[in-house]
Write a protein that binds this ligand. Structure first.
Ligand code: AMP
Length: 189
């Protein structure tokens, strides 16, 4: 299986690039943010819990996310590979992902990390907020999401560098140029 983690700060282009990767390589795309938003829309127990964290820009507790991801994986057995988008966001989630994939006799193939300057991230998220209607794309919540990224998620960079899986991709410029750089990296995996 080809299992790609698409990694980066909020607004780095993970969702946009995941759609292109999914098409080109025939992978199954799991966005934990999208799964949570659909749980909220459907009014599930998980959705009710998640809503409070998402609206404040905080992370939903690890165990809830890990269990949710395991059930999505189990419901989609037999896929060629998976793009993990928005997961892992903590070291505990990365450890759990390795265990989950090992139990399914596979592993993370590579971590495609979109590197984008913070000013650009804020501009992109504010612009998205004008059209997405996402409750967390406003200045106050964007700031806390970036703090959460810097404090809780960015340690994953060294974690994946240490295992040799980190692939840094310059994430500024046109969508096509960025996708070109990502494709070159994936083709080498
Ligand atoms: P995203 O769509 O990836 O930007 O995620 C939106 C929000 O969903 C985040 O700000 C978190 O509140 C929550 N979320 C998504 N993925 C995770 C995760 N892996 N761990 C914890 N919270 C998450």
């Amino acid at each position: 299986m080809l299992n790609i983690v698409i990694f980066g700060a909020p607004g780095s282009g993970k969702g946009t690039q995941s759609d292109l990767i999914k098409e080109k390589y025939g992978l199954f795309h799991i966005s934990t943010g999208d799964v949570l938003r659909s749980e909220i829309k459907n009014g599930t127990e998980l959705g009710k819990i998640a809503e409070g964290y998402i609206s404040k820009g905080q992370l939903v507790p690890d165990q809830l996310i890990i269990d949710m991801l395991a059930s999505v994986l189990d419901a989609n057995k037999g896929v060629k590979g998976v793009i993990f988008d928005g997961f892992p966001r903590t070291i505990a989630q990365a450890v759990a992902l390795d265990e989950m994939l090992k139990a399914r006799e596979t592993a993370v193939s590579g971590v495609v990390a979109l590197e984008v300057e913070e000013n650009e991230l804020i501009q992109r998220l504010l612009k998205r907020g004008e059209i997405s209607g996402r409750s967390d794309d406003n200045m106050e919540t964007i700031k806390s999401r970036l703090d959460v990224y810097n404090n809780q998620t960015s340690p994953l960079i060294d974690h994946y560098k240490a295992s040799g899986k980190y692939i840094g991709i310059q994430g500024m410029g046109s969508i096509d140029d960025i996708f070109g750089r990502i494709s070159q990296a994936i083709d080498k995996l």
